[in-house]
Design a binder for this molecule. Sequence first.
Ligand code: OSB
Ligand code: MG
Length: 369
Amino acid sequence: MKIERIELHHISQNLVSPFRTSFGTQVARPCILVAVHSQGLTGWAECVASDDPGYSYETIETAWHILRDFLVPAVLGQNIAAPQDVPAKYGWVRGHPIAKAALENAVWDLHAKAQGVPLSQLLGGVRGRVEVGVSIGIQPSVARLVDVVNDFVAQGYRRIKMKIEPGWELEPIAAVRAQHPSIKLMADANSAFSLADADLFRQMDQFNLLMIEQPLHYDDIADHAKLQAQLNTPICLDESIHSPLHARWAIEIGACKIINMKVARVGGLSNAIEIHNMCQAAGIPLWCGGMLETGVGRAANLHLAAMPNFTLPGDISATDRYYIEDIAEPPFVLNTDDSTITVPSGPGIGVEVAPNRLAKYRIRQQSFA
Ligand code: OSB
Ligand code: MG
């Protein structure tokens, strides 16, 4: 398919409540929506870079720059036979996986739409519903945290992830565990600790956590292997896995027993598929991470999580957990009987960007033809 036109839309929507992690607090949630046009069809994808370089060094501004000046020119006007051919067009560009993922993933949506099939079918998806949980930010008090957890459990979520940081670990985890003795519970540190905190993590073994996510430095693999050797609880890596190479290193040295797959963090769906297959062969289960996506990114995540090795519940909550009004239609709802969300069945990602809402939430746009 010849890529005839590409648009970038910088939007920002307020979250229903502030989201606090060990690296900062998010009140509004910006993103860039990428639209790729060919033969009267439009492929959409979401660039999940944030306003600040707290989670990743990429920001809205760096992603805009890399897309506008390097990635878009490499793809515009090109005849793309298959979406897997996209990464090679800008293979010389180092880093910037979040910007790259947005462009490649938009081409995946375009190709799935051209074939009239859901994206999950192109990815080899095997399930129509994806098990999901909710990721709960750091709260002002333990009592407040327990209230928030109770509320989500009452809504039907059966897997709870809580954010931790130094000073907000054993006590809040113990309180949630006491209230919900058998719920799937996990903790995400977003790199806030060091190997000197190994004793703290050993104490967490008593809480029967599903996993501890990214306890150590955001670029570390080696120290995670040392920590994993001292724990019964599985370590899951998020921030440290930027590519299939990092995934292979982590698996080879035993740095984790689980990987959080974020398609943006690994540079696009081609890399995500490669890591998926590598992990499946190595017996490392995956789950789909989240970046507080709008319906565009959330839909793509659901298609990805339909792949066979996504055997743990993902950070893909219902739309109303994030936004009052989403840019995409229809909103995602939780199936309360089994804590799942249904994978869209229409062509491509299977959701539509509402033009009036795009206009309402847009800060800037640029079109390339
Ligand atoms: O570490 O998984 C994370 C959100 C933004 C940046 C990093 C993370 C998160 C989440 C939210 O945990 C997951 C979601 O989208 O619900
Ligand atoms: Mg994480």
